[in-house]
Write a protein that binds this ligand. Structure first.
Ligand SMILES: [Zn+2]
Length: 333
């Protein structure tokens, strides 16, 4: 109590010693500033002033969800293949929800966060960690530190396959710190993303000896259009998906394993029969992704190919009937 009283006395002393003219100047400056702010909000000024909510940082967290992309007219969903160099990171946005599949290597975390912010994402309704390799989960801890996530989906691994890498432990730590419910990926799980857009988990269908084949594979359906996301699933997992007999046909296929020849078997391409293939890989990467056999196979089938290494972010928007594609830059040769 005595501390508070002495503070009040000190403030009183400062006020007593401050000349009246200083009060008048401050009051005038405040009045001019307020007038300018009001005029700016009314659109009466030829230049922009910051608005009140920016200044006071009063953005209302209970404000309705702002769609991360301006889906116009009948558009229902937008799928972004974010350019994270050698790795995967895919953002799915509907009018109501945002889903992130992977977030590239650890050093790509800040770039993925920036991309999500620029896209207007405020929270993630679902995060999918396709499989615990660093080029997929590396950036996720940064993302989870900056965006609240309702749920994280990952493959359930047998004990002897659970990695002890620092990047995986960092992800688990972030999940625990943020108290995010973890769901084990199982075929048949499905998520209603609103506006008739549904995300369905197709794999992993069984146990494997390597992590790539444990990749969470899922499809996104909106009206007549569909997208298939495959993580790094290789030919064994592709064969199991075909054997499982589920619907694999999709307009857009994310080439498994960055366009590596370990994936995209003829049988799988026949089953999916995509019009568009998106390949997420780094410029001049050490693995030679995408492999020329895969590119030849896609070209033979007349499939349109989009690559993050050549075109930057690749964004596909659907209205349930048609899909439009935008790229961050023109294809380099
Ligand atoms: Zn990978």
């Amino acid at each position: 109590m005595s501390g508070k009283k002495s503070n009040i006395r000190m403030i009183q002393k400062i006020i007593d010693r401050t000349p009246t003219w200083l009060f008048l100047i401050v009051a005038m400056l405040v009045m001019v500033f307020c007038t300018l702010m009001t005029m700016s909000e009314m659109g009466w000024l030829p230049f922009d002033m910051p608005n009140w909510s920016d200044l006071l940082n009063m953005s209302d967290s209970s404000a309705p969800y702002e769609p991360a992309v301006q889906l116009s007219g009948e558009q229902t969903a937008c799928v972004h293949f974010i350019d994270v160099g050698q790795g995967d990171s895919i953002l799915i946005q509907t009018r109501e929800q945002a889903v992130l599949i992977d977030a590239g290597e650890r050093d790509q975390g800040p770039a993925v966060c920036d991309y999500l912010k620029a896209a207007g994402v405020q929270k993630l309704d679902l995060v999918i960690a396709t499989h615990p390799h660093s080029d997929h989960i590396g950036g996720l801890a940064d993302v989870l530190a900056q965006f609240s996530a309702e749920e994280i989906l990952m493959p359930a691994l047998p004990d002897d396959m659970v990695p002890t890498t620092s990047v995986f432990l960092r992800l688990l730590d972030a999940v625990e710190t943020q108290n995010i419910p973890v769901t084990a990926a199982k075929p048949g799980l499905s998520y209603d993303l609103g506006s008739g857009v549904v995300l369905t988990v197709l794999a992993p269908v069984q146990d494997y000896k390597d992590l790539n084949n444990y990749s969470v594979v899922c499809r996104l359906d909106s009206g007549e259009t569909s997208f298939l996301f495959t993580g790094d699933a290789e030919k064994a997992a592709e064969a199991d998906l075909i054997a499982a007999g589920g619907d694999l046909r999709a307009d857009v296929l994310k080439a498994g394993h960055h366009g590596s020849s370990t994936s995209s078997s003829d049988a799988f391409l026949n089953a999916v029969s995509p019009k568009i293939v998106a390949i997420s890989c780094g410029q001049n990467n050490d693995y030679g992704h995408p492999h020329k056999e895969v590119l030849a196979s896609l070209s033979q089938r007349g499939i349109a190919v989009y690559r993050t290494d050549l075109q930057g972010a690749v964004t596909l928007t659907t209205d349930g009937t048609d899909i439009t594609v935008q790229t961050g830059k023109e294809a380099a040769q």
